[in-house]
Ligand binder design. Structure first.
Ligand code: GLA
Length: 733
């Protein structure tokens, strides 16, 4: 969870002595099976950072510490000898703007090591926490800040964590983008000076940048070799990642909430707990770092990360706002007949005084529009039952339209600056609830609770959030705490989400935010999956899904077959290609099936059946990226391998289409070299089988040579397509 319950100041002062070991000098070795983080915590001195990376032995650490190895302040405070970037800054009650933090003690509690820092003069304290996840080689860090000064201390900087990378040919890989282009990959040598990746949008941060970063320490990022440090800030609000390359022995990395315009008034007795920063280390390139995040994400972050996801049909691109009962029922029957398991009714089903016929009204009034749905939601859940599929529904509980009954009754419930007009978002109508306000938190809880209590058949919720934090201002917070606006929003939403999950632990919830605006580990604990992007164009999705896979697992990656021409790019790609791209994530559909021909339906029926045979491998297996679309080689390819290495799903998509093209051969990865695998093509459209269909190969041969893919499909001229693609199932004999 992003925010822990506030800890009382008194209880922190009364920490039991039991956990404190070696109170005067301590080497802190936070380790997982393959990684080590080494700090030196000498009581009364600065906390020093020595190492994060390869697993070190006690002897390694001893020689490192006894040989004047370089070290650096592990959580640099602002004010004394401040020449570099800092992690924490505060203004004391007497106006003094300096911090001078030294170690007060170290505690160990299960998998968590905490280091208490205190100011040399002021009663100001920071507790740095490092929690290990041994199964995944992940260390999660966060800080708790509190004080005993008389009055309020202004916190002006509050990083979640810091790590230092040894200086060298270090490259960064991070994701940027905006609506319909989320998860775009950018890789570059870490420049000298400060590289800042940040978002100022407290509601949909990823539409500017993403809060994750990979560092390749041995030159240009590679998938299978080289040392890599991965970092994921677990916070879905405005964030800041700072990478400082400052002519020292180190490259410094700080991550946390974007503190700009968010000074925090910390009361005496209150603890400010930052979100966490999760880091991992791999000596086998980017691929292993991603797999660490995926395993950790499934086991510790996503809701129900061990349960297979259903194949679904979502109504959005099929009917948009034009929801009608008979068409909803027809769509349910269609997805059931195609082998799908869930139907999701998207936007457009609600609103009485202001029917949700378009994007400019109705948000906030979660009452069924009985003109569109005469038999209400019960009529739909009954129909879903009859059709043999589960039923899901779209909501956007944090937002309102000005044209809504809720807004008319309670204009004081929205984010708004005093003495300023509303700043409207989507549809020139949308505003956000002021979730600092407990009444607004209740509204969010009640929307979900009412739906799920009244209609227990609802198995799935698509939770959308389409507004940016367009304006700074809480109508609930006092004038002195307007700086808390962005932070209190997330605290409020977290409280509502906790209540929802406590009462409704089993419902599947998708995190959507104008597409992928909130794909972040700080948000996913309440959610089963994320809508990667509103862009359903298969070719562009190859890129978006590639970037997203750096940090996030396929089990959560909603990926839908949509219509051609694509509604976002206008591109026409074959049903085969659209399906093959969607099969690499959590497969779904997003179109009106009644517009499909019988042949297309039959092809899709077979593809869904094929997907079910690889679903556990895609959703719970290990990802091996083979050929990046960002390398522009005309082909992209990746594969998933089951943990036992007895099954694999191989994906290969053309990313350009030229005649007489020299195609890169793609060696496979992740297989057991000594196992023999039988190859079967899935979602096959070719009249003639591939030359290797049904044949067997050792893992060694497949990882050494790959399989040569023909550039085009063997189909009738009338069915010829550009952008060929292949999905192969590999089964160990
Ligand atoms: C957002 C979502 C879409 C769809 C619409 C509905 O844009 O990202 O998938 O749900 O809202 O209005």
């Amino acid at each position: 969870m992003t925010f822990k319950p506030t800890m009382a100041f008194a209880s922190l002062l009364a920490l039991p002595a039991i956990g404190i070991i070696n109170a005067t000098a301590e080497t802190v070795h936070v380790s997982t099976p393959a990684t080590s983080l080494v700090l030196k915590a000498d009581k009364g001195k600065e906390l020093r950072f020595y190492h994060y990376g390869d697993k070190l032995t006690d002897a390694d650490i001893k020689s490192m510490l006894s040989s004047s190895s370089p070290s650096v302040n592990a959580y640099a405070p602002y004010g004394m000898n401040t020449r570099r970037e800092t992690a924490v800054a505060a203004v004391h009650t007497d106006g003094n703007m300096t911090l001078d933090l030294v170690v007060d003690g170290v505690e160990h509690d299960g998998n968590t090591t905490s280091i208490n820092l205190k100011d040399k003069y002021y009663p100001f304290y920071v507790r740095l926490n490092y929690r290990t996840y041994p199964d995944d080689d992940i260390i999660e860090m966060w800080s708790e800040i509190y004080h005993g000064e008389k009055g309020t201390v202004d916190l002006t900087q509050y990083a979640s964590g810091y790590i230092a990378l040894p200086y060298g040919d270090v490259w960064s890989s991070n994701l940027f983008g905006e609506w319909a282009k989320e998860g775009w990959l950018e890789e570059m040598p870490v420049p000298h000076g400060l590289k800042v990746v940040k978002s100022r949008d407290a509601l949909r941060p990823n539409h500017a940048a993403h809060g994750e970063m990979m560092f390749s320490l041995d030159g240009k990022p590679k998938e299978k070799s080289g040392r890599v440090i991965g970092a994921a800030l677990c916070y879905p609000g405005s964030f800041k990642l700072r990478t400082l390359n400052d002519n020292s022995n180190w490259i410094h990395f700080f991550a946390g909430i974007n503190e700009e315009n968010s000074p925090y008034k910390l009361e005496k007795g209150e603890t400010f707990t930052t979100p966490t920063l999760a880091v991992t280390y791999s000596d086998k390139g980017l691929g292993q770092a991603s797999r660490n995040f995926h395993r950790w994400g499934r086991a510790n972050k996503l809701a129900h990360g061990d349960k297979l996801r259903d194949v679904l049909l979502n109504s959005w691109e099929g009917v948009y706002f034009d929801v009608k009962e008979n068409e909803m029922v027809q769509m349910m029957e269609d997805i059931a007949s195609l082998g799908g398991e869930l139907f999701v009714m998207d936007d457009g089903w609600f609103g009485d005084k202001y029917p949700r016929d378009h994007r400019s009204q109705g948000l906030g009034d979660w009452v069924v529009n009985t003109t569109k749905l005469p038999n209400g939601i019960k009529g739909l859940t009954d129909a879903a039952k009859k059709a043999g599929v589960k039923f899901g529904i779209w909501i956007e509980p944090e937002m309102l339209d000005e044209k809504s009954e809720l807004y008319e009754k309670h204009p004081e419930y929205i984010i708004k600056a005093s003495n300023r007009p509303n700043v409207r978002g989507r549809g020139d109508a949308q505003v956000a609830l002021d979730l600092a306000n407990p009444k607004c938190q209740d509204i969010v809880f009640t929307i979900v609770d009412t739906l799920l209590t009244k209609y227990p058949e609802i198995a799935y919720i698509k939770w959308d959030a389409n507004n940016a934090m367009a304006v700074h201002g809480s109508q609930y917070l006092p004038a002195s705490k307007q700086g808390h606006n962005n932070i209190e929003y997330w605290r409020g939403l977290t409280k509502a989400l906790d209540r929802i999950r406590e009462k409704h632990p089993d419902v599947v919830i998708q995190a959507c935010s104008s597409g992928g605006g909130r794909v972040n580990y700080g948000y996913l604990p309440w959610f089963d999956e994320y809508w990667t992007s509103d862009n359903t164009d298969a070719l562009q999705r190859v890129y978006i899904q590639w970037g997203t896979s750096y940090f996030f697992p396929a089990i959560g990656m909603g990926s839908h077959i949509s219509a051609a021409p694509n509604h976002q790019t206008g591109r026409r790609t074959s049903l085969k290609y659209r399906t093959d791209v969607a099969m690499a994530g959590r497969l779904g559909m997003e179109l009106q099936p009644k517009d499909m021909s019988d042949a297309e339906k039959e092809q899709t029926r077979r593809a869904i059946a094929d997907y079910k045979t690889i679903r556990p491998t895609v959703q719970l297996g290990d990802l091996y990226r083979l050929q990046s679309p960002f390398d522009k080689k005309g082909v992209a390819s990746l594969m998933y391998v089951s943990p036992e290495k007895d099954r694999a799903a191989f994906f290969w998509w053309k990313t350009e289409s030229m005649a007489a093209e020299q195609l890169h051969r793609v060696p496979m990865d992740g297989l057991d070299p000594d196992k023999t695998y039988r190859v079967t093509e899935l979602n096959r459209i070719d009249q003639k089988a591939l030359p290797f269909e049904g044949k067997t190969f050792t893992g060694r041969a497949l990882m050494s040579n790959g399989l040569p893919m023909p550039a085009f499909h063997n189909v009738d001229k009338a069915d010829a397509t550009d952008f060929s693609s292949r999905v192969l199932l590999l089964e160990a004999l």
